[in-house]
Design a protein around this ligand. Structure first.
Ligand code: AP5
Length: 210
């Protein structure tokens, strides 16, 4: 199954994509994680992406399209993949349609006030991509998966979160209509008061996983 995870920042794309990756044995391909790893390694890609990411703006289309096209050629994508955070513009979606076949675009929806609360309490592992919330860490500061010290993303500051929400509304939300017209869209209304597990079961149901 070739999947796209759509949805505003903080809706839970990364959280649910990781669970699905473990359950289905197909890779989670997060353009955000790939760009952050490049920033950490200070590669030319990372250095050029840094100013966009830290301001909550999108990295130019031609940069991310090239990264994803290359990544999808890898052997581990042969049985399917989960695109997390790509495409993010109609131009990216058009480019993707030329080098990939997509089965489902899963749209995770969540109210803005919950998004702000979630993102401001998020802690991430820059080594393995693990994602946590301070409300469930019980003071723990390292990644339960690989032991790396958890950090707060620079773009999870309140002002940058607001800008990311505006960028999402202007540039990414049109993809909901785009995939609806193609008959590929499934929407999961995430319940803000429910646990990750409860919302994950909604994701599974929307994908027809028994
Ligand atoms: P990216 O890393 O993709 O960020 P994003 O889309 O803004 O999404 P997030 O990672 O912030 O949120 P998420 O939906 O994955 O939520 P999560 O699961 O972490 O992109 C970052 C930047 O990179 C972009 O701004 C852009 O600059 C650039 N970029 C990336 N892709 C690009 C592209 N294609 N084109 C151009 N630029 C691109 O969950 C959030 C929090 O909520 C976590 O703490 C989690 O533990 C918690 N949580 C989740 N579910 C629940 C629940 N049910 N109950 C309680 N807490 C929960």
């Amino acid at each position: 199954m070739n999947l796209i995870f759509l949805g505003p920042p903080g809706a839970g794309k990364g959280t649910h994509a990781q669970r699905l990756m473990n359950e289905l044995g197909i890779p989670q391909i997060s353009t955000g994680d790939m760009l952050r790893q490049a920033m950490k390694a200070e590669t030319p890609l990372g250095l050029s992406a840094k100013k966009f990411i830290e301001a909550g703006e999108l990295v130019p289309d031609e940069v991310v399209i090239g990264i994803v096209e290359e990544r999808l050629k890898a052997d581990d994508c042969k049985n399917g993949y989960i695109l997390d955070g790509f495409p993010r513009t109609v131009a990216q979606a058009e480019a993707l349609s030329k080098f990939a076949h997509i089965d489902v675009a899963l749209n995770l929806s969540l109210a803005d006030d919950v998004i702000i609360q979630r993102l401001s309490g998020r802690r991430v592992c820059l080594k393995c991509g693990g994602t946590y919330h301070i409300s469930t860490l019980n003071g723990r500061e390292d990644c339960a998966n690989c032991g790396e010290k958890l950090v707060q993303r620079k773009d999870d500051s309140p002002e940058t979160i607001q800008n990311r929400l505006s960028v999402y509304a202007a540039q990414t939300a049109p993809l909901i209509e785009y995939y609806q017209q193609k008959g590929l869209l499934h929407t999961v209304e995430c319940d803000a008061s429910a646990s990750v597990e409860v919302n994950y079961q909604k994701v599974r149901k929307a994908l027809g996983i028994e």
